[in-house]
Design a protein around this ligand. Sequence first.
Ligand code: NAD
Length: 499
Amino acid sequence: MQELTHYINGEHVKGTSGRFADVFNPATGELQAKTPLASVAEMENAVAIAAAAQPAWAAVNPQRRARVMMKYVALLNRDMDKLAEALSREHGKTLPDAAGDVQRGLEVVEYCIGAPQLLKGDYTDSAGPGIDMYSMRQALGVTAGVTPFNFPAMIPMWMFAPAIVCGNAFILKPSERDPSVCLMLAELLEEAGLPKGIIQVVNGDKEAVDAILDNETIQSIGFVGSTPIAEYIYGRGCSNGKRVQCFGGAKNHMIIMPDADMDQVADALLGAGYGAAGERCMAISVALPVGKDTADRLIEKLAPRVESLKIGPYTSGKDVDFGPVITAAAKENILKLVQSGIDDGAKLVVDGRDFSLQGYEDGFFVGAHLFDNVTTDMDIYKKEIFGPVLSTVRTESYEEALKIAMDHEYGNGIAIYTRDGDTARDFANRINVGMVGINVPIPVPLAYHTFGGWKKSVFGDLNQHGPDAFKFYTRTKTVTARWPSGIKEGGEFSIPVME
Ligand code: NAD
């Protein structure tokens, strides 16, 4: 069995803690690798190397740092198929979806090529007599990121590309479920010209994360994962004086108005509800049709489509719609929630519980499920299922649908399907969710906008990527300068105001 490594100072380094986590092939259920789980000492060593390398990197001019990103884009495109294959092998998502995972990360790298412009400061000439004032954005030092299993390429790139182009060093702690693609991404960055020690991949679990949280050298932490861990990392990181942003779980709704084109809605829900086996923080997991007739038409159109979804291993390429879930435990949790929905009285319109694939009986496959008549007090409504399960909550009015979505504790993404501009406009203005789609089921903002939810889907102030990332990964310093000709004699004892 393959033993994975850390990536420290430009080298693949074996773990020394003696602790490992299992990495499976979710399609076959086979244990294919073990990844080392770093000790506190291993994390401290990685941070010390990064801290020693960072000042020289911050002193490289922004244009040259941007050139590394330019070259990196070319290398990511060169190795796209290899990266997608490594990602699918450990995650289970289809190959086209894995390539999309790399692509959406690559687009943030492209945005980072604009660093020289994005890092420009402000300047006020003659703010007072003979006085000039300017502000600059400076790197933080050593930064760190803790990432989830479901986008093992995209989310690390969303963090390390802006962090590094701003002049920081970055410690990446990937998910222990699918870390291989992160090791490849780090290697490619150095091939693109990044000095050794600026990107360090330290594999691990809670012990490694706690070592990041308590390390005095690390200045900032980015986290993406489930809400309880987001809340924990935000609390402990902030109380240790770090800059922290944490993105948590989700339960995304789609409101379907009576005037929506139901074929479009059904097609949109297929991809948004079941793509990547529902293991996306922007997956739609609740449909909110408005009116009985809308709900009846929705179920009629959707059920046969859900029944005909093709589920299989990534090796089938484009011939499958989605693959297995990440672990046997994830599968068990999803099926337990499905059972709770049945026990609570929801109607299981499409039942995927008996799904089995010949030759892949040990894989972590879960069939597609569609529920109708779900109510807001049920666990299948309240909890994030993170599986191929779509719940339909019938509503009588737009206001009722809006209120249901607004009352949910999560606020990552949401969509409305309607042909009415007034309704769409009202919805976009009033909804308390961070990313809103109007006739767009998965409204993930592009690299030059920012990504982030509201409510319990986020802890912190700034979003991911786009201009917010350049704020998160830099500190503002403001200089007030006066040269001898402007200096008056004698002390000044009252607060200075500009004359
Ligand atoms: P997770 O919270 O289990 O793990 C995320 C990271 O935290 C991993 O690197 C893991 O090693 C680490 N971790 C786990 N337990 C820890 C602990 N007790 N202490 C410290 N660190 C710990 O999440 P996951 O299962 O990998 O990912 C799925 C979750 O991520 C879902 O809830 C999904 O909605 C969320 N997610 C959110 C976004 C977003 O942008 N809001 C994006 C992707 C995924």
